[in-house]
Ligand binder design. Structure first.
Ligand SMILES: Cc1ncc(COP(=O)(O)O)c(C=O)c1O
Length: 453
C-alpha cells in the first residue's frame, strides 16, 4: 500500500513537472506574439477615459469636471418610466425585442426627426437603434470602410474614431481645426478648417468623412457655410459623411444646429448619429441610433446583427416613452429639447467667467457641454517637473487635480500622434454639473491662485 502510494506520488509529481514545463514553454511563446493585440489596432494606445477614471478613483478630486455626464438627476418622467416598465404588467418588455430597434422607439425616432430633416423617415428601414452612439459609429465605420479606404477625420476628435477606422483596415487622414486668433476671449467659432488643406485630403481612396457638430471638445457648431464646403467636397468626390450629432440639443443662442443630411445632395450619402444618453441626460443607459437611407442602413444592420444583435428592451421602451412625453410638449418652453440648452447656458457662462478670472483663457462653446481653456498663463504658478507624462496637458491636468482638487481632461488625447502638440496648451472642463459643484470649483480655483501669489 505504502509502496503504491510512493509510486503514485512520484508519478504525479513528474506529471505535474511535465505540465508546468509545457505551460512555461507555451507561455513563453504565446506571450511573445501569439496572443498579442492584432496589429489593426495599432500599438493599443492607452485610453484617456480608462486612465482618468482611475485617477479620479485614486485622488478622489473634490470636483470632477473630467468625463462628460451630469452629476444631477435626469428628468423625472424619464427615470420614472424605466422603473414602471421593469415592474409593469407587460413582462415581455423584459425579453428580446426587434434586433434593429424596438418598434415603439423607432416609431418615435421617426416622429422626432422627420420634421427636422424635411422627409418622412421610414422607421423600419432607415433607423437603427444601437448600444449608445458609440456602437452607431462602430457599425457605420465597420459597415462601410474597407481595407485601404481613407477616412477624413477633423481634429480634435472623439478618440474612438481612430481605433474604429483602423480596426476596419481603413486609413485615417487628419485635419485640425485651428484658432484664427489666440488673444482675448474667444468663442468656438474661432476654430476653423483650412479649406485648401481639406480639399487636398480628398483622393480616389477617400470613402468617408467624419463630422462632429456640435463638437466635442471645442463646442464648435459648424455654420451653414462650413457645412456647405464639406458637402460640396463629399459630393464631388463621392464620399460618405458620418455625422456625429450627439450634442444636437445643446446649442446656445443665437447658434443653430444644422443637420448636414438636409443640405442638397447630402441625404443619399449621410449617416447621422444620435444618443439617448446625451438627449435625456442618461449617459449610463447607452442607447443610441443612426438614421440614413435604407441602402446605407443595411450595411450597418449587418455589423449590428453580428455583434450586438439587439439592445436592452426596457431601456429602449423607456427612451420611446420619454420621446413621446417630450413630443407632447414640443412647443412648450419646458420641453427638455429646449430647456436643457437654456439651463446649460447659465452654467457655461458661469464656468467661462470663473476660468477667465482665475488665469485661464477659455474658448466659449457655441454647443455641447465642454469648455476648452488655455492654461499657459498659469505655467509659472505650477511646477510640472514631477509629472512623468510625455505631453504638457497630461502633466498639467494631473498636477492641477492634485493641487486644486479639480479634475479635467487633457485635449491632446483628441489628436493623432503627429498633431498632439496642438492640444498641449489646453484643459477640457465639463460644465453639466450641479451649481454647487461649479461654485466649489470657483472656490478651489480662487484659493489655489491666492496661495500662488
Ligand atoms: C462626440 C461623441 N460621440 C459619441 C459619443 C458616445 O455617445 P454614447 O454615450 O451614446 O455612446 C460621445 C460621448 O461622450 C461623444 O462625445
Amino acid at each position: 500500500m505504502i509502496r503504491w502510494r510512493h509510486i503514485y506520488g512520484t508519478a504525479l509529481r513528474s506529471y505535474q513537472s511535465i505540465c508546468e514545463s509545457n505551460v512555461k514553454q507555451l507561455s513563453s511563446c504565446t506571450m511573445g506574439d501569439k496572443f498579442k493585440l492584432p496589429s489593426r489596432y495599432g500599438a493599443g494606445e492607452k485610453s484617456v477615459w480608462v486612465e482618468y477614471i482611475q485617477l479620479a478613483m485614486d485622488y478622489k478630486p473634490a470636483v470632477n469636471l473630467g468625463q462628460g455626464f451630469p452629476d444631477y438627476p435626469p428628468p423625472e418622467h424619464v427615470t420614472k418610466s424605466l422603473a414602471e416598465i421593469a415592474v409593469g404588467d407587460n413582462c415581455l418588455l423584459n425579453q428580446y425585442t426587434r434586433g434593429f430597434g424596438h418598434p415603439r422607439l423607432v416609431q418615435n425616432l421617426s416622429k422626432v426627426y422627420s420634421p427636422l430633416i424635411n422627409r418622412q423617415l421610414d422607421p423600419l428601414n432607415e433607423i437603427l437603434v444601437t448600444s449608445g452612439a458609440y456602437e452607431a459609429l462602430f457599425s457605420s465605420i465597420l459597415g462601410h470602410v474597407d481595407v485601404g479606404d481613407e477616412v477624413i477625420v477633423i481634429e480634435p476628435f472623439f478618440d474612438c474614431y481612430d481605433f474604429m477606422i483602423k480596426s476596419a483596415g481603413g486609413v485615417p487622414k487628419f485635419i485640425a481645426l485651428k484658432p484664427k486668433c489666440l488673444e482675448g476671449v474667444q468663442t468656438s467659432s474661432n476654430w476653423v478648417l483650412d479649406e485648401n488643406e481639406l480639399k487636398s485630403l480628398f483622393t480616389n481612396k477617400t470613402k468617408m468623412l467624419i463630422l462632429n457638430t456640435p463638437h466635442n471638445p471645442l463646442g464648435k457648431v459648424f455654420t451653414a457655410q462650413e457645412l456647405q464646403t464639406i458637402a460640396d467636397l463629399c459630393i464631388k468626390h463621392d464620399v460618405l459623411c458620418l455625422s456625429d450629432e450627439v450634442y444636437e440639443w445643446m446649442v446656445y443662442e443665437p447658434n443653430k444646429h444644422i443637420r448636414i443630411a438636409t443640405l442638397p445632395g447630402m441625404w443619399d450619402r449621410t449617416i447621422t448619429v444620435g444618443s439617448a444618453g446625451k438627449t435625456f441626460s442618461v449617459t449610463g443607459w447607452k442607447i443610441g441610433w443612426a438614421y440614413a437611407p435604407a441602402d446605407l442602413m443595411r450595411n450597418l444592420q449587418v455589423v449590428h446583427q453580428n455583434c450586438v444583435y439587439t439592445c436592452c428592451t426596457p431601456v429602449q421602451e423607456a427612451v420611446a416613452r420619454a420621446f413621446e412625453y417630450e413630443l407632447g410638449r414640443r412647443d412648450s418652453p419646458d420641453c427638455f429639447f429646449v430647456s436643457l440648452a437654456r439651463e446649460l447656458t447659465a452654467k457655461r457662462d458661469y464656468l467661462s467667467k470663473m476660468l477667465q478670472e482665475n488665469g485661464f483663457n477659455p474658448t466659449v462653446p457655441e454647443g455641447g457641454y465642454f469648455i476648452v481653456a488655455d492654461w499657459t498663463k498659469l505655467k509659472d504658478k505650477i511646477d510640472l517637473s514631477s509629472e512623468p507624462d510625455q505631453y504638457r496637458d497630461y502633466k498639467f491636468t494631473k498636477k492641477f487635480a492634485k493641487e486644486t482638487g479639480v479634475l479635467t481632461i487633457p485635449p491632446s488625447a483628441f489628436y493623432s500622434q503627429p498633431h498632439k502638440h496642438l492640444g498641449e496648451d489646453f484643459a477640457r472642463f465639463c460644465f453639466i454639473k450641479k451649481d454647487e459643484n461649479l461654485a466649489l470649483c470657483e472656490k478651489l480655483l480662487k484659493e489655489w491662485n491666492a496661495k500662488k501669489k
